[in-house]
Design a protein around this ligand. Structure first.
Ligand code: PLP
Length: 369
């Protein structure tokens, strides 16, 4: 049945296109582009984003196998890199022609076994080196073992080698980042010493493209948050177009007297006659409970309205004492990049988390698609 929830996340595809070209302009003409659509396309709509971009990008990436399967089922034929596959679902990964990040010997052995079982050969894999993030990937000591496993077999072919920068947005860490880039080059060469194929290389995420396109552009880049309008940088973000707007409406307005309380645990007690608006979005929609009690704010008729009391599971109440408004009026819960950045800072997190936690209950509305 069609979702008729009045709390919606508008996704502007003109803005997506604009942001993609913004990053393309920073790259050499033949650098491949991978667009990261993990976590529902950073909380937007991975399938619609992928469908929209099929002819404009070279690769998609997701975190988990199931996310890749969802794209394949929707008809996406573009190569899909799975950033964090696990041994338990490699058969499924192969069935849907997804390409694994191979980050450990055990995943490599599992992959060769699964490909053999499927009766295939030269299955494309991507080797990841850990150059300092210490999350996933091989290090120098693994290279002999990689050679020993890869050389005698025909099941898998290394088509790319990659790594991930720990602090690409932080220029205070430039020295560390240059060390990561250098180490990546060294490890790549060592791996190449005994491989027949010549895999392509990639290292840069959004902030990497902004800060290290000269040093580490290689053959492909992996664009994530930048596509969705954030540059992790006060200069770049304003140059990008806003992609998502989280919207709702006023369900009811109350005028309460001095001493009356609002919401669970009576967390807010009015000091004077106060007008409140109730809005159908709560922590179950991904609106953090940390926004309660004046930390978060929404926009109603171009004015800021603070959250009063605790954020409920399904609703918030906001102070509209000084705002001319009526039931049914539009509420901008996340108005634009600036608003999302301010709110993120207020609860000590980053826009990535605000975007990706918008729950699936919120209806997605596609604009300029
Ligand atoms: C998520 C992710 C990206 C994208 O990062 P952004 O900062 O969103 O551009 C790139 N590479 C890897 C390995 C990732 O996990």
């Amino acid at each position: 049945m069609e979702n008729s929830h009045l709390t919606t996340l508008e996704i502007d595809f003109n803005a997506i296109d604009f942001n993609l070209s913004f990053f393309k302009k920073k790259l050499k003409k033949n650098t491949k582009i991978l667009v990261v659509v993990k976590a529902f396309g950073y909380g937007s709509d991975a399938i619609e984003i992928a469908k929209h971009l099929v002819s404009k990008v070279d690769y998609f990436a997701v975190a988990y196998v199931e996310e890749g399967i969802a794209l394949r089922v929707a008809g996406i034929k573009t190569p899909i890199l799975v950033l964090h596959p696990q041994k338990q679902n490699l058969d499924k990964l192969i069935k849907y022609q997804l390409e694994p990040n191979i980050y450990s010997i055990s995943v490599l052995n599992g992959m060769i076994e699964s490909v053999e079982k499927a009766g295939l050969s030269s299955y494309p894999i991507h080797i990841k080196f850990n150059t300092g993030l210490n999350r996933l990937g091989f290090s120098e000591k693994d290279i002999n073992m990689l050679h020993a496993i890869l050389k005698p077999q025909k099941n898998v072919t290394v088509i790319s080698v990659f790594s991930h920068i720990a602090a690409s947005e932080d220029l205070n860490e430039r020295e560390f980042t240059l060390h990561q880039i250098n180490l990546f080059n060294v490890l790549y060469k060592k791996l190449m010493d005994e491989l027949e194929e010549i895999p392509f290389k990639h290292m840069l995420n959004t902030s990497g493209i902004i800060n290290y396109a000269k040093e580490a552009q290689f053959d492909m880049v992996r664009l994530g948050i930048g596509l969705y309008g954030f540059g992790n940088d006060s200069i770049v973000t304003p140059l990008l177009k806003n992609v998502v707007v989280l919207k709702s409406i006023i369900s009811q307005i109350h005028t309460i007297k001095k001493g009356d309380s609002v919401g669970y645990n009576r967390a807010y007690v009015a000091q004077k006659t106060t007008k409140t608006a109730t809005i159908p979005i709560g922590h179950a929609d991904g609106y953090s409970r940390q926004f309660g009690n004046g930390i978060g704010f929404v926009y109603i008729n171009n004015k800021k309205a603070q959250i009063v009391g605790n954020v409920c599971m399904d609703v918030i109440m906001v102070d509209v004492t000084n705002i001319n408004c009526n039931e049914g009026d539009e509420v901008l819960v996340y108005k634009n990049q600036n608003h999302i950045e301010e709110l993120s800072e207020a609860i000590k997190t980053i826009p990535y988390e605000l975007l990706t936690t918008i729950s699936q209950r919120v209806r997605r509305v596609l604009k300029n698609c």
